[in-house]
Design a protein around this ligand. Sequence first.
Ligand SMILES: NC(=O)c1ccc[n+]([C@@H]2O[C@H](COP(=O)([O-])OP(=O)(O)OC[C@H]3O[C@@H](n4cnc5c(N)ncnc54)[C@H](OP(=O)(O)O)[C@@H]3O)[C@@H](O)[C@H]2O)c1
Length: 249
Amino acid sequence: MSEKMTRTMHDSGPGPLAGEVALVTGGSRGIGRAIALRLAALGAAVAVSGRDAAALQASEAALRAAGVPAFSCLADVTRAADTERLAAASQAALGPIGILVNNAGVGLFGPAHERSEEEWDRVLDTNLKGVFLVSRAVVPAMIARRKGHIVNISSLAGKNTFANGGLYCASKWGLQGLSGCMAEDLREYGIRVSTVCPGSVATEFSPWTGRDLSKLLQAEDVAHVVEMLVTQGPRSFVSEVQMRPLHKP
Ligand SMILES: NC(=O)c1ccc[n+]([C@@H]2O[C@H](COP(=O)([O-])OP(=O)(O)OC[C@H]3O[C@@H](n4cnc5c(N)ncnc54)[C@H](OP(=O)(O)O)[C@@H]3O)[C@@H](O)[C@H]2O)c1
């Protein structure tokens, strides 16, 4: 797999996250891109990853335009070697990762009994195993520094069940379990592991046919919640946020 590595030479901008380094998986579009830009606006240096080189380049350019050090890396979160390379290259480019946002994910819907083994593997490997692999690559350096914040982008589908949601719900319920256990394993090291569980968000994740997009949550709403999590007070640990649109779509 080829790799895109670029780096800007600006100093970290002012703001509550000045001096912090964040890695956002799936930062090439949608919710991940909005989170990356929000963290940059708060002053963090930001690394983004994904599998689409052109989209990643565009995200990196937007981060650079925000005036922070930026880095992008082609990496598939389902592959252990990619995740290890992603963590090492991000840290080499920007410094120790203090904020990890496990955002990369796929949606695939339909009755579970009609889905293929390949589809099961794709959804579970991306939404669940990917979080395990990326976290495993990043956490040792956080433990060494005795600080860090991991935000896992889960879903209300990790709290509820619904028709056609079998594979996706399985992945996000699994993520809820993984996140809760990671939180208990890591809090003694000063590392918070939080989940954000949004309802439907207007992104390319789904065409949302027949839905009024203006009434759905927007990617920036999720980014705002991530901002709240990573800027919370030093004693507290917000473990989970559930998000719904104010007005029912
Ligand atoms: N949109 C919603 O309604 C909604 C609601 C609740 C939760 N979520 C969750 O929010 C997260 C982001 O979703 P989104 O709405 O922003 O979707 P999106 O617009 O489809 O973006 C998904 C992102 O994940 C990346 N990605 C997918 N598979 C990957 C892989 N194997 N390796 C690396 N990167 C991968 C994509 O980049 P590449 O394709 O370039 O790799 C892209 O950057 C997901 O975890 C999703 O489950 C979404």
